[in-house]
Write a protein that binds this ligand. Structure first.
Ligand code: SAM
Length: 245
């Protein structure tokens, strides 16, 4: 376990040789600023009463658990269904003993149930964890409103950043869907754009730049958002190429 700058713990993966979260940004902070807050602001604008969130991939579960914590603390009445693939079933089983930050104490019963059963459901939240390959799982989904694209980086986790992968993501999402990710790399943006997503840069307050994607240009209803003209980017950077399977 690694202590991050905001006081929350993350893990270091020996298999992927990467931290699960940015140690500098902090695990909870990163989850909130890069995924949860943009996604919930977006859904507020769209007035959705129920959200289907695809959390790629579950890992320690910060993105799912921070979303629930944020919704409960801010008295948001949206119903949320989480769908999340994860290779590492042993990691999920160990989460009941993970040292989560104190703010998650109120949802410890949810963490425990997910850890034991890979599933949780009450009137407001449903969490379904698929133990297996994300590439297979996304083929079975549809009607997704929000995608948290939070895999390890493409040099070690390439299968979750290719054009073919994003095409499958495109196909399982609703017309007004939003995808959030920490990556701002041009090859990644090209993979997303070539699978028909529109690319935007988002920055809130002091946080690092990040990418958010929509299926249509006019769906960009967030503040602090800048459209990225990928045709122009390609003209200016002729050597940049998308990632392929
Ligand atoms: C960066 S971590 C995710 C962090 C997570 N969002 C969190 O908040 O803890 C990436 C996770 O993806 C899982 N993973 C990588 N490739 C996968 C794949 N093809 N299918 C399913 N899980 C995968 C890894 O086991 C790891 O737990």
């Amino acid at each position: 376990m690694i202590l991050t700058e905001d006081g929350s713990y993350t893990l270091y993966s020996k298999k992927y040789e990467q931290h699960f979260h940015s140690v500098k940004a902090g695990a909870v902070n990163e989850s909130l600023s890069k995924h949860v807050i943009p996604a919930l602001n977006f859904s507020k604008n769209d007035n959705l009463k129920e959200l289907n969130i695809l959390d790629i991939c579950f890992g320690i579960g910060y993105n799912t658990f921070s979303t629930i914590d944020y919704i409960l603390k801010n008295n948001i009445d949206t119903k949320v269904n989480f769908y999340s693939p994860e290779f590492d079933g042993e990691l999920i089983k160990s989460l009941q003993n993970f040292e989560f930050p104190d703010e998650f104490n109120d949802i410890k019963y949810i963490i425990d149930e997910v850890s034991k059963n890979n599933f949780y459901e009450d009137e407001q939240f449903k969490i379904e964890i698929f133990i297996g390959d994300a590439r297979e799982y996304i083929q079975t989904l549809n009607n997704i409103d929000v995608v948290y694209q939070d895999a390890f980086s493409s040099d070690v986790n390439k299968e979750l950043w290719t054009k073919e992968y994003f095409s499958d993501i495109y196909n399982c999402t609703k017309d007004n869907c939003l995808m959030t990710t920490y990556s701002i790399a041009t090859p990644i943006r090209l993979s997303m754009w070539e699978s028909k997503f529109e690319i935007y840069e988002y920055r809130s307050g002091n946080t690092d730049r990040q990418t958010v994607c929509f299926k249509h240009k006019n769906n960009a209803s967030l503040e602090n958002i800048k459209y990225i003209d990928m045709v122009l980017k390609k003209e200016r950077n002729t050597t940049a190429v998308s990632l392929k399977d």
